[in-house]
Write a protein that binds this ligand. Structure first.
Ligand code: ASP
Length: 325
């Protein structure tokens, strides 16, 4: 975690979460005047590096789907990251299984769950979205599809850090969710381009030392990620079970459809999550959201959640507000 923190450039507290609506993008790498301000948000401090890449892809290609895919690929490739990608912490059998989802604002989506050995599950999710009539592929079928599609599939081997952590965990073999540490750090990214197109992505190795076969919220459309071009986008991080129970990301987008500001919608989702989950003192969950007006918000159950925001020329880390202090 600490090496990821090296990416931190600035930390500010959320005070005003509203960006100007109309602006001229000329001179900003984008070459036309637009009604929409490009914006990329992603969860946790690893979001800074991911946002950097996403912005670069958006500027050069104008393609928001490629931006959110390639942005989170940075995190999937980050060998110091124990919560995303193949170097992540394994399940209780010592096997790393990955979940990922990608969604466009027009309803197109693809997800993979419980998949092994695939270097970039987010690219596999995109292949599911673009190359199959399905939304979700799981387990061995997903892995086989990755091979068919020519994606990188690596031999199964724990990273040295993951192996060390697994050995330590095995001494007690006790699973207890712990908040705000490396076992709850999915990257979720949502973004808007200059034409108001929206997309989102989400990728994780899930809870550390989970039961073999456990799937979290990240590849469940509506739970870990939801995007609707008419309204906005939301994504989640934290204890997946608590997020699935309230269909968190869908809930936020639907509240925004009814006119709620993204910040208020995230707060309402956290309120709902607290109402529907026992032992809330042991559960961390957080949401980020944006609407088409360039407004955004974030909220979590406990303090410690943060997110990265990339706007024109600025990529910063912002501390989320939380229900409990
Ligand atoms: N949401 C993920 C899961 O439950 C965990 C995380 O955010 O780190 O699988």
């Amino acid at each position: 975690m600490s090496s990821r923190r090296e990416f931190v450039k600035k930390t500010i507290l959320t005070s005003s979460l509203i960006l100007p609506f109309k602006f001229s993008a000329s001179g900003n790498g984008f070459d036309k005047t637009t009604d929409f301000q490009p914006l990329i948000l992603s969860t946790w401090n690893h979001g800074l590096a991911a946002n950097e890449k996403a912005w670069e892809v958006l500027e050069s290609s104008g393609d928001i789907v490629s931006a959110v895919e390639q942005g989170v690929m940075v995190t999937e490739s980050d060998l110091s990251n124990l919560t995303v990608g193949l170097q992540g912490l394994p399940d209780r059998e010592g096997i790393v299984t990955l979940d990922a989802a990608i969604m466009r604002g027009d309803g197109g989506c693809g997800t993979v769950s419980f998949v092994r050995q695939v270097m970039h599950p987010i690219s596999l999710a995109r292949k599911v979205m673009e190359e199959t009539p399905h939304v979700m592929l799981s387990g061995e079928g997903a892995r086989q599809f990755a091979i068919e599609q020519g994606l990188e599939v690596l031999p199964e081997k724990l990273s040295p850090e993951a192996e060390k952590a697994y050995k330590e965990w095995k001494q007690k073999s006790e699973y207890k969710p712990i908040i705000n540490i490396e076992n709850h750090d999915t990257i979720g990214m949502i973004g808007m381009d200059t034409s108001g197109k929206l997309a989102g992505s989400c990728t994780t190795s899930g809870l550390a030392f989970k039961m073999h076969g456990r799937v979290g919220d990240s590849p469940i459309i509506g739970a870990g990620l939801f995007v609707d071009e008419e309204v906005g986008a939301a994504t989640a991080t934290g204890l997946g079970e608590s997020i699935i129970r309230i269909c968190g990301s869908f809930l936020i987008v639907e509240l925004m459809r009814q006119g709620w500001e993204p910040q208020k919608a995230c707060e309402e989702a956290v309120k709902r999550l607290i109402a529907k989950n026992k032992n809330i003192e042991d559960i961390q969950a957080g949401f980020i959201a944006m609407n088409k007006d360039g407004e955004y918000g974030a909220y979590s159950v406990h303090p410690g959640f943060n997110f990265a925001r990339h706007t024109k020329g600025e990529n910063i880390l912002i501390d989320s507000k939380s229900k409990f202090k």
